[in-house]
Design a protein around this ligand. Sequence first.
Ligand SMILES: Nc1nc2c(ncn2[C@@H]2O[C@H](COP(=O)(O)OP(=O)(O)OP(=O)(O)O)[C@@H](O)[C@H]2O)c(=O)[nH]1
Length: 382
Amino acid sequence: MDSDEDVPVLLEHKSIQDETSRVPLTIICGFLGAGKSTLLKRILTERHGYRIAVIMNEFGDTADIEAKAINISSPDDPSAENSEEFLELANGCLCCSIKDSGVAAIEKLMQRKGAFDHILLETTGLADPGPIASMFWHNEEFATGLGRDICLDGVVCVVDAVFGLKQMEDDSAIEGEGESLRQVACADVILLNKTDLVLEPQIVSTEELLHKLNPAVSVYRTIQGQVDLALVMGIMAYASPPSFQRVTSVPHNDDHHHDSCITDDSPHAHPTHYEARGISSLQVICPVLSPSHLERLDEWIRTVLWENHLPHDDHEVRILRCKGLFTMRSGEQYVLQGVQNLYEISQVDEGLVTGVPEPGKLVLIGKGLNDAVRRSLEDILK
Ligand SMILES: Nc1nc2c(ncn2[C@@H]2O[C@H](COP(=O)(O)OP(=O)(O)OP(=O)(O)O)[C@@H](O)[C@H]2O)c(=O)[nH]1
């Protein structure tokens, strides 16, 4: 999707509870060979008790799964030869292969609504999950069609613990941004897979880089994609208050952190700003806000996401993903979720705000997030 040509959609400010009646959809992306198929094969074969519909690019090596092939399209359907194939699996899951766009497959899948409780959509190793996420997250066409039945649950990225660090460093060294950085930028959960093949220092270095690129992501170490599915499904990443990770600071003695491609310009202070060439993240602690602050913040976000520049400044900014938690003087909390040029600010259900409210935070991930952006935000939050 080219964000220049898209007409931005104003999302209603609404309660985060609206999402619950629809089938959640999780996008699975990941570096080439990182272990996506291994994860999906596990989901399709193990007895985990979930009824999951998995949409894969190709059945590939899961074709040997003992299953019954079903072609649900009509024999009279002229497009039948291109239709998707569905497999019903012994553990209660449904598997569907697709060749290109997942939307047609999902439309067909929804004819079987009730047979599954969750949808997993695998993307290819080179896919940028951002446009796919925004396609499933409140675009107008989607909201009046599939969006009535489906809500985006989150983006899970599988990262290779052996080659992931090098891949991200290589991608940050090339002109523009590499896909691995975009995948990390858009992820809500990262599975750092193949941790059986590397030593602890490499795992820690990779985790630190992942958190620098995306301070709001949860990272879990896995071997052969073994993860508690509750950590990757039903996370409602686009509806619930984001869980911000502790930002890793500290200088390191190992070589990776002296690589010139990765700079870390203010590791101790807030707001923090980390940058890998092409994509960077900016995390800002927000004070307790008044209603007029929230209004100004909303306007700031709108300008940056829709017009790709700062208010009263032509400095170019491109946001891939943003998340925020804002605490109001009244005690209410609001959550910001955004992907590409779509965003939503929703009030957190009062029942979920307990104890002393946390200070607000805003995380932006994208391009052009330099000091001018931080200052511009600080100005409107004064
Ligand atoms: N040692 C080890 N090998 C793994 C692990 N996870 C996956 N593999 C192996 O790594 C190889 C690639 O795994 P896949 O699951 O095919 O990776 P993928 O991300 O689907 O690959 P592409 O679709 O080609 O991008 C396979 O040979 C897997 O058996 C792991 O945690 N440890």
